[in-house]
Design a protein around this ligand. Structure first.
Ligand SMILES: *Cc1c(COP(=O)(O)O)cnc(C)c1O
Length: 395
């Protein structure tokens, strides 16, 4: 066990997770898309929220759980399934031959995305194991699987391996649903997937595969992409895929459901002090105090996932007040101006992400400052950070 596991550090930032918000979002997403199969994506350490913390909840609330890495799925399989229900687990990312054997043993499914399956087949044979696979085709993202025009030939070569593979699913991933309010490109991709389904039938792969394409945005705004089931990531955590998705759903449904952000990131100050007028703050002396300034030094920095781009740009919340980031964000430190906060005292708790009093700092706001997307803000939060699931109200 390394130094980042084990006991909770007494002085560090921490992430509070609302299981209630997570459950609420899943319910909302289920209602919007009413999919035959409701899938939740827990890749990237559950989008930075914590696989360990949200995994067990997802196993209770979803029909299928998607991850990137084999080890994530194997860990989830090791958690007790509730109600005797066995949730379908699907590995979407790269997988080696040894891992394929482990997945087959654990009854976990995996997507074929390239030529790795040839090695899986060799590794599985001596054990007499069978592996459930989904065939991922490229309908316009330029990522996993063969491009349009090559489906039939590819599936013929796959069909030669029915001795080790059970072909259970056919999938694609959409390229351009979040950035637009009209879905012509996505519709064309869904047409590509239907073409792949024809090839599937033509080469004699098993009837009625589980056909899936929609991530959060498409599940909300493109009904024809819902097919056998959806794979919701970002929205499950209470974050909108994009502003365009909000607009698209408003146009389609007339109303907008509320998604509740699951995460709040907080930190206790290391020292609060007054830097006199004319004093400098941080590396490079990029901030000079125009007045006597009460600052709070927060033990959090870009190592933890707080973007350095927020130097002299972002703010944090303290008792519902916006407190600007002064100077550069450092590896393990961040300095904020708390002069305007009444009754500061010698210690404060700052909210880096989430609600504080009547103010809220959304991942979208941090993304905007950092010139990136909300997905990157949350998934970059360090795995070493302490994460705690809040008790549900009523407990
Ligand atoms: C990440 C991912 C998803 C989920 O995307 P969101 O936009 O977060 O909902 C679904 N499918 C695949 C293949 C993915 O890689």
């Amino acid at each position: 066990m390394g130094p980042y596991q084990g006991k909770r550090p007494e002085r560090s930032s921490w992430i509070e997770l609302s299981g209630e918000a997570f459950a609420h979002n899943l319910q909302v997403l289920r209602e919007i898309s009413a999919p035959a199969d409701f899938g939740v994506v827990l890749k990237g350490n559950a989008y930075g929220h914590g696989l360990e913390q949200l995994g067990p909840l997802a196993l209770q609330l979803a029909d299928t759980v998607y991850v990137i890495e084999p080890r994530e799925a194997l860990w989830l399989r090791g958690q007790a399934d509730t109600d005797g229900r066995t949730v379908r687990l699907v590995v979407l990312g790269a997988c080696g031959p040894g891992e394929a054997v482990e997945l087959a043993r654990a009854g976990i499914e995996v997507a074929i995305t390239g030529d790795d399956h040839l090695q899986w087949a060799e590794a599985l044979k001596p054990h007499g194991l069978r592996l459930k696979v989904h065939v991922h085709v490229d309908t316009g993202l330029g990522r996993e699987g063969p491009v349009r025009g090559g489906y039939e030939a590819w599936m013929r070569t796959l069909a030669a391996h029915t001795d080790v593979f059970d072909f259970v699913g056919l999938m694609t991933h959409l390229a351009n649903t979040e950035d637009v309010t009209e879905q012509d490109y996505a519709r064309e991709q869904v047409a590509g997937l239907r073409e792949a389904l024809q090839a599937w039938k033509l080469v004699g792969l098993p009837d009625d595969p589980f056909v899936h394409a929609a991530a959060s945005a498409a599940s909300m705004v493109l009904p024809s992409s819902r097919l056998s089931g959806v794979r919701c990531g970002i929205a499950a955590y209470g974050l909108w895929p994009s502003t365009e998705t909000r607009i698209g759903l408003k146009l389609l449904a007339g109303t907008l459901p509320e998604l509740h952000p699951v995460m709040r990131w907080r930190v206790r100050s290391q020292i609060v002090k007054t830097v006199p007028e004319g004093g400098f703050i941080g590396y490079g002396c990029t901030h000079r105090c125009a007045r006597d300034t009460t600052v709070a030094v927060l033990p959090v920095g870009y190592f933890d996932g707080y973007p350095r781009r927020l130097s002299n740009r972002g703010h944090v919340l303290v008792d519902g007040h916006r407190c600007p980031v002064l100077g550069r964000v450092m590896m393990n430190h961040l300095i904020v101006d708390v002069t305007e906060v009444p009754d500061v005292g010698d210690e404060i708790v700052a909210t880096l992400l989430g609600t504080d009093g009547s103010e809220v700092l959304r991942a979208e706001q941090l993304a905007d400052w950092a010139d990136t997307i909300n997905y990157e803000i949350v998934t970059r939060l360090g795995q070493h950070l302490w994460r705690v699931v809040l008790p549900t109200s009523g407990e």
